[in-house]
Design a protein around this ligand. Structure first.
Ligand code: 5AD
Ligand code: SF4
Length: 458
């Protein structure tokens, strides 16, 4: 296994990496750095000191890509100052935009090519850029221990699968990341054990659709529920989270497994995308509004205290005012704790781009999105108010961002809790000051729409 920690060593060639997009991309950057460190590179957080500048990209919406094109121009300015610098674009934009990218940078590497990234960097010459955008059927990087880039040393990502076999009509991911493949469960458990041994207290199991995780070998079949059980057995002190769940696939078995293990956090990220069955059909989500609501009811029946968050898209092709109202009414009915909310952005190559015109005017998309955001902010506040007076066990992450004297951490339901460090009170009771990685019981005294304001229960 490789070293888990980033190496900062000025005597070695230095890599600077910027990451855009989802948690899976963050974890991919950790894999890339692991491969590079194994090959003698070190890390820098200062682009001006880098020998290699990498940008791990996201294609999910047009504005993500536009931002990255802007950054590429800045990297090129740096290369003008220091022509020896290698600029590489990796990740989801690589395959889609390879020709345009090769005009601007030295290296283009897709999500399944990271094992060869060190060789590619070394092979770059002024007149020979390097490219590998082949997608694989079986690459899961299962034997590579990612270099941990998180700052707190408490919570880490573990990729349990790669790619996606769903064919949501709006989504570019199956084209950028290829077909779905699951990783050997024993390598996942080993990685969780290694993290726990290094002081981590929480792992977040990542996949585009974790419910379809399936490992088949001669000896065993392991589905997602079984995998959850295996990882939760690493230690009762290690919290297990996961994302993303798919409403068509989330099974009662998974819900019952969550309910049966206290260290599996009671939080489900369950993207709905729309509250209108017409839109869901056109999006090829393979469920309808009623199915989604039934799954939510089941989650709450099995785990009444389970946190629930979602993703939603406003203004998909052909979306009528009634469809939009259906989304709003679903949001009211479910009362999500939080949501990621987006305007539809047509992506080249997707089924929707070929079959369904992007016909909701931009100002209508924006107005609908704003309406959803406004409603969700109220619902988040309502959800947080329902927690007033409740007690939660929080995993301390460190100082609160807003007020450095307070501490922060998440409750099992994924809500952010902020509370005074109360060092004097702790000392009076003979307790050590709290540190990142400690568990503490808090009581909710007040809230905003984003945070629970708590006190420690001593
Ligand atoms: N336009 C807008 N939002 C999108 N998402 C995926 N594809 C698109 C698109 N073309 C959103 C979905 C998904 C989240 C990661 O990004 O809500 O769940
Ligand atoms: Fe992640 Fe999707 Fe963006 Fe790729 S396109 S980085 S999979 S969000």
């Amino acid at each position: 296994m490789n070293s888990l920690k980033p190496i900062f060593d000025e005597k070695k060639p230095r890599v600077y990496i910027e990451t855009y997009g989802c948690q899976m991309n963050v974890n991919d950057s950790e894999v890339i750095l692991s491969v590079l460190q194994e090959n003698g590179y070190s890390l820098t957080e200062d682009m001006n000191k880098a020998d290699v500048i990498l940008c791990n990209t996201c294609s999910i919406r047009d504005n993500a890509e536009q931002r990255i094109w802007g950054r590429i121009e800045q990297f090129r300015l740096q290369k003008r100052r220091n022509p020896a610098v290698v600029i590489g674009i990796v990740g989801c934009m690589a395959e889609r935009l390879k020709d345009k990218l090769l005009e601007k940078v030295d290296l283009v590497a897709g999500p399944d090519s990271y094992r060869s990234i060190a060789r590619m960097v070394a092979d770059v010459r002024p007149d020979s850029p390097q490219i590998n955008v082949l997608l694989s059927r079986d690459e899961t990087y299962s034997d590579i221990s990612p270099v941990r880039l998180d700052k707190n040393g408490v919570s880490a990502y573990i990729s349990i699968m790669r790619g996606c076999n769903n064919a949501c009509s709006y989504c570019v991911v199956p084209y950028t990341r290829g077909a779905e493949r699951s990783r050997d469960p024993h390598s996942i458990v080993r990685e969780a054990e290694e993290l726990f041994g290094n002081g981590y207290k929480e792992v977040n199991l990542l996949g585009q659709n974790v419910d379809s995780y399936l490992w088949k070998s001669a000896e065993e079949n392991v589905n997602f529920a079984k995998l959850l059980e295996m990882v939760s057995a690493v230690s009762p002190e290690l919290r297990v989270r996961f994302s993303t769940s798919h409403p068509k696939d989330i099974s009662d078995e998974v819900l019952l497994t969550m309910a049966a293990h206290e260290n599996i956090c009671r939080h489900i990220h369950l993207p709905v995308q729309s509250g209108s069955s017409t839109m869901l059909e056109k999006m090829r989500r393979k469920y309808d509004r009623e199915w989604y609501l039934e799954r939510v009811a089941k989650i709450r029946e099995i785990m009444p205290d389970c946190g629930l968050s979602t993703d939603v898209i406003a203004g998909f092709s052909g979306e009528t005012e009634q469809d939009h109202q259906d989304t709003l009414s679903l949001f009211r009915e479910v009362c999500f704790d939080s949501a990621f909310m987006f305007q539809y952005s047509e992506r080249p190559g997707t089924l929707a781009s070929k079959k369904y015109p992007d016909d909701v005017p931009p100002q209508v998309k924006t107005a609908r999105l704003n309406e959803i955001i406004e409603l969700q902010t109220r619902m988040s506040l309502e959800s947080n108010r329902r927690d007033l007076g409740k007690r939660f066990i929080v995993l301390v992450e460190g100082a609160s961002k807003r007020n450095g004297e307070d501490l922060c951490g998440r409750a099992g339901n994924n809500k952010m809790c902020v509370f005074p460090a109360a060092e004097a009170e702790r000392k009076a009771l003979g307790l050590q000051p709290l540190q990142a990685g400690d568990y503490v019981t808090v009581e909710v005294k007040d809230c905003t729409s984003a945070t629970l304001l708590c006190t420690q229960v001593l």
